[in-house]
Design a protein around this ligand. Structure first.
Ligand code: PLP
Length: 388
């Protein structure tokens, strides 16, 4: 696996914000809930003056993520989607944006609807289709969005290779790193200009925060986006930043356990006769396996599969699971199961969804860190009953 810097990530995550309190020596970074800060005197501001613009707790969390992603500026936003929307502030009506045809349904919805209103020109492309991608880049886009691995089909793209091609035509590259977190992939190190996350997922890791974060490689681009974040008022709250920073400390150690469990779940599902296909980059025959080995420090803990028997079987599976929770979201310590067509990707029109390969029998799993024997026993029970 790549990435020598991953060695230090566990320490960086644990130490984030430690010993930063100059007033009382609090070991853990304190939470600052105050919405406003006094000036020292006339026109004499302190570092922070108003919490939409800047907040000490949010700044500590932003810096921690910027460090883990090896970037210059970190911007903490209210949700993952507001991080995506923030990137759209860089675009004018004539600008072209390229997005993957199978990205997260919410991102797909945002880009397609803003494009319909004429905010920018949009090209939706299968980024694994070299001819289609080349044709899109020939139109000289301003921005190319990547999502690797993609949600929910775990497709991978070679971030370094695509980024080089994008830079050759002057396009900025923004990568959604939600599925892996900086513990397993660092897109800025692979050349990207912007990396963003739904911190709702692995970064916070406990399913009790909705948030986002964006990190830029260059200072100037980060400052421009930070200006917009304040301007449109989408910065994250102090309380959510505090919780997410707390969650971040165990990110690398959680990812280890998530991945260990996911490998076993994937192998179990692959051999199961109720299942047609399992989408998991850890398999040697997964089309993105070699890319994963090159650019990731692990295969992650998300996977999806096509269940035999269509929607009727999916319903029976869900009705018979006891440990897995049927819910939106992913990346928390608890195992979650999801039906993308009716849940996370319901925002996509059916034709676009089916074209992206998100069938009605597709099930997505976020493998938690419960005892693996309990996870496998629950799946074994649910899957056998799904075919009755
Ligand atoms: N990106 C990906 C890959 C996601 O899975 C999600 C949410 O599921 C988002 C972005 C949006 O994040 P949020 O729900 O925090 O707005």
């Amino acid at each position: 696996m790549s990435n020598a810097k991953v060695k230090n990530i566990t320490t960086s995550a644990v130490r984030a914000g430690i010993n930063t309190d100059k007033h009382h020596g609090a070991v853990v970074a304190p939470i600052h809930l105050s919405s406003t800060y006094s000036l020292k005197g006339f026109n004499d501001k302190r570092q922070f003056d108003y919490s939409r613009t800047g907040n000490p707790t949010r700044a500590t969390f932003a810096q921690a993520i910027a460090d883990l992603e090896q970037g210059s500026v970190g911007i903490v936003t209210s949700t993952g989607m507001s991080s995506v929307h923030l990137i759209c502030q860089l675009l004018s009506t004539e600008d072209i944006v390229v997005i993957p045809h199978d990205c997260y349904g919410g991102s797909f919805r945002l880009f397609t609807h803003l494009a319909k209103r004429g905010q920018f020109q949009l090209i939706v492309v299968d980024q694994n289709d070299q001819t289609a991608l080349k044709a899109a880049l020939a139109k000289q886009p301003k921005l190319v969005l990547l999502e690797s691995p993609s949600n929910p089909l775990l497709r991978l793209v070679d971030i370094e290779e695509i980024t080089k091609a994008c830079h050759d035509v002057g396009a900025l590259v923004a990568v959604d790193n939600t599925f892996l977190s900086p513990a397993l992939q660092q897109p800025l190190e692979l050349g990207a200009d912007i990396v963003f996350h739904s911190t709702t997922k692995y970064i916070n890791g406990h399913s009790d925060v909705v948030g986002g974060v964006l990190v830029t490689k260059e200072q100037a681009l980060g400052e421009e986006l930070a200006w917009w974040a304040n301007c449109i008022g989408i910065t994250g709250s102090a309380f959510d930043s505090f919780l997410a920073l707390r969650g971040l400390k165990t990110l690398p150690i959680r990812m280890k356990q998530h991945q260990e469990n996911a490998l076993q779940v994937a192998s179990f599902l692959k051999d199961h006769n109720a299942i047609d296909n399992v989408y998991f980059p850890g398999f040697e025959d997964h089309p993105g396996h070699e890319i994963a080995k090159k650019q990731q420090a692990g295969f992650g803990a998300m996977l999806s599969f096509d269940l035999k028997g269509g929607v009727a079987a999916v319903k029976k599976l869900f009705a018979n699971l006891e440990l897995f929770t049927l819910a939106q979201s992913l990346g928390g310590v608890e195992s979650l199961i999801n039906h993308p067509p009716t849940m996370t990707h319901a925002g996509m029109e059916e034709s676009a969804r089916l074209e992206a390969g998100i069938t009605n029998s597709l099930v997505r799993i976020s493998v938690g860190i419960e005892d693996i024997n309990d996870i496998l026993a629950d799946l074994a029970n649910g899957l056998s009953k799904s075919q009755l």
